[in-house]
Design a protein around this ligand. Sequence first.
Ligand code: HPA
Length: 245
Amino acid sequence: MNAYPTPHINAAPGDFAPAVLMPGDPKRARFIAENFFDGARPVNDVRGVQGYTGTYRGTPVSVMASGMGMPSIGIYAYELFRVFGVEAIFRVGSCGAMQENVHVRDVVLGQGACTDSRFAHQYRLPGTFAPLADFCLLKSAADIAGEMGLSFHVGNLLSSDLFYKDEEGVAPEDTAFARWRKMGVLAVEMESAALYMTAARAGKKALAICTVSDSLVTGESTTSAEREQSFTDMMTLALKCAVTL
Ligand code: HPA
């Protein structure tokens, strides 16, 4: 597939930098471009999914929203990798903590992403695929997070198709959450597994950098001021990592 513009991105291949940051929310994409980039210019707005390209500390970088969920990020990542020559996508989003030691405002680097979706069925594999982050990006993000003094974790995310689950009548120890938690999964979100699989199939790179917005263990959640600070830390981390490509 090399026809452009694509059904979902109204841009030309050179419009995107090799590294693209992907928040879920289109308004976040604009905020990132306006507040963190130099010389940001719009490159997409199909369906209000805003994309911008500019520079960070002199290096070209792009940002475009993914929307919510695996089907949505799967579409945008496919088109960016396959048509627009993008080499690496950094998901920058939020997640819900699933372990006691993962606190609100912490950063979780998704070393792997488990999923309850059937996204991987398209590859017709004779087994179970393990969606993984690119190791170089992961190492660089962990090093930079350490230098920044952030409180961060590296491990498995769960990319779930369900934000609202019907588990009426299910015993607490039998819920999906309890089962994934027993396997040491750190946090739940809704996109990273599709991003990692799409990158793997395209021979490209991806990393999910998530801040913990709420805890499924303690019920704790972040205030809007806290979310803003942790968002700024996450963006700085993602951008420093993106320009080391
Ligand atoms: N579920 C899915 N995605 C999320 C959650 C959650 O509880 N919290 C933040 N992103």
